[in-house]
Ligand binder design. Structure first.
Ligand code: SF4
Length: 229
């Protein structure tokens, strides 16, 4: 199982993309590719459930459809827009980010990692998410949930207690992103981690990649006991 890693990666990607065709989740920010909207959605999605974000995001985008509207709004207005997500404390940062967009990029979201991570409150995860979902680039988007799937499926050995910060894991996953399929694969693995390979009690028996999964191979009996127990 642990040999021929190239072939296993290919099978993993192929299977996940097939699974995603049928199981993809629908969110308002997935219906478009405006980088500003993607950026706002990703800032809201950090540590918050997507379903909770949906109504707040829609209202926010209507009130502040671009960086210029944010710059011309008061901190109080921004605070009240994101208050339902418990993010009111981020209003100053968001306004500052919008000011940076206006001053340095003429209100346009930059399409490079340096330009993005220079923005207030934008780290490598959000930057890559914007590059992937907003600009269609084949870059890895790895959060704790995505890292969990990779660690399990490939018994990937991480040195940190926070696997999603492990650069080697990012590189390992980056190698799987097929040309032109990066955004789909990123969303496929995010949805798969939320629906099947969940943190507690993963649904091994419904898992389309269990035939290529190290964790399943190593814990086969336990996995099936958990499923029926
Ligand atoms: S078989 Fe189980 S551990 Fe492996 S990817 Fe599927 S759900 Fe996750």
């Amino acid at each position: 199982m642990k040999e021929n890693i190239k072939l296993r990666k290919e099978l993993f990607v192929e299977t996940l993309l097939e699974w995603y065709k049928i199981n993809k989740r629908c969110f308002p920010w997935r219906k478009e590719s405006d980088p500003y909207r993607i950026l706002i959605s990703e800032l809201m999605l950090q540590r918050t459930q997507a379903r909770q974000v949906e109504p707040v995001y829609l209202e926010f985008i209507e009130r502040f459809p671009n960086a210029s509207m944010l710059v011309n709004s008061s901190i109080k207005e921004i605070e009240s827009a994101i208050y339902p997500l418990g993010l009111a404390h981020r209003a100053i940062r968001i306004r500052h980010m919008a000011e940076q967009l206006q001053d340095k990029h003429l209100g346009v979201v930059p399409d490079d990692i340096k330009g993005l991570t220079d923005l207030q409150g934008v780290g490598p995860y959000v930057a890559n998410a914007v590059l992937s979902f907003g600009f269609g680039k084949d870059v890895a988007v790895v959060d704790a949930n995505v890292a969990r799937v990779i660690v399990r499926a490939f018994t990937f050995s991480v040195r940190s207690s926070r696997p999603h910060t492990d650069r080697a894991l990012w590189s390992f996953y980056q190698e799987m992103l097929l040309s032109g399929h990066g955004p789909d694969l990123n969303r496929a693995i995010i949805d798969f981690a939320a629906a099947i390979c969940v943190a507690r009690k993963p649904l091994h028996s419904q898992c389309p990649i269990r035939g290529h999964c190290d964790y399943f191979a190593d814990h086969r009996n336990d996995c099936l006991v958990v499923q029926t127990g």
